[in-house]
Design a protein around this ligand. Structure first.
Ligand SMILES: Cc1cc2nc3c(=O)[nH]c(=O)nc-3n(C[C@H](O)[C@H](O)[C@H](O)COP(=O)(O)O)c2cc1C
Length: 209
């Protein structure tokens, strides 16, 4: 198996993005594990969502729900449910987002996809379908969220090392939401990232038929 970080082609020749944008979104962006104390404004959070929401979802269902955890009190309640190695960075990140999916996305379908309104009774009848579509499409939206945060100048620390059921009991009780991931956001501290891990090469991860 071939593993690689570098790319064999002249990448910038192939992209319509400014090289700086490609670096900020993909090539130089790193997962952060330690944070400066620079705060994140509500406007920046709105910018992150403004980009996130434009990424495509099946039938435009948009099942991602975001709980911004800013206050110290809410932060303490969240950290209780994070794995040991994730506690300190979640406690000190300028902002933390609990990313969940709603399985009641069909309630908004007449607005988000009026042409699909006739399907609402079908979705009402199948919570399994709503869970499967909600989960997979919110995962897609989390990918958009990570890139949106980077576009807004933030470093990101996504985590699934947590007691998701505990987070649901604490933050999602009596709602239609289920936790998928917790993401720390902020400006990184010095040496905030681990050594870069290799990425799979084009030959390993793709085939052309
Ligand atoms: C879905 C997901 C879950 C992750 N869970 C954790 C976690 O619980 N704890 C942690 O320290 N890092 C976690 N990470 C961080 C990854 O290990 C890291 O993003 C990956 O190795 C790439 O690092 P890089 O962006 O610096 O290249 C997670 C990342 C993702 C995308």
């Amino acid at each position: 198996m071939s593993i690689d970080i570098a790319t064999e082609i002249e990448l910038n020749d192939e992209l319509i993005l400014d090289p700086k944008a490609a670096a900020a979104l993909f090539l130089e962006a790193r997962t952060a594990n330690a944070w400066s104390d620079e705060e994140i404004s509500d406007e920046t959070l709105q910018a992150v969502y403004a980009l996130t929401k434009m990424g495509p979802t099946a039938m435009n269902i948009q099942p991602l729900r975001i709980t911004w955890v800013r206050s110290g009190e809410a932060r303490q309640r969240l950290v209780e449910h994070m794995n040991e190695g994730n506690k300190a960075k979640t406690l000190t990140a300028p902002m933390v987002a609990i990313l969940s999916f709603t399985n009641e996305w069909h309630d908004l379908l007449t607005t988000t996809a009026p042409h699909m309104a006739g399907m609402v009774p079908t979705f009402e009848a199948s919570v399994e379908t709503r869970n499967a579509m909600g989960h997979s499409n919110a995962h897609l939206q989390i990918g958009y969220f990570i890139l949106a945060a980077r576009a807004a100048g933030l470093a990101v620390g996504p985590m699934t090392g947590m007691d998701a059921a505990g987070i649901d009991a604490e933050f999602n009780a009596d709602t239609s939401r289920t936790t998928i991931m917790v993401v720390n956001l902020g400006k990184p501290a010095e040496d905030a990232s681990r050594a870069r891990l290799p990425r799979l090469s084009f030959e390993t991860a793709t085939e052309t038929l």
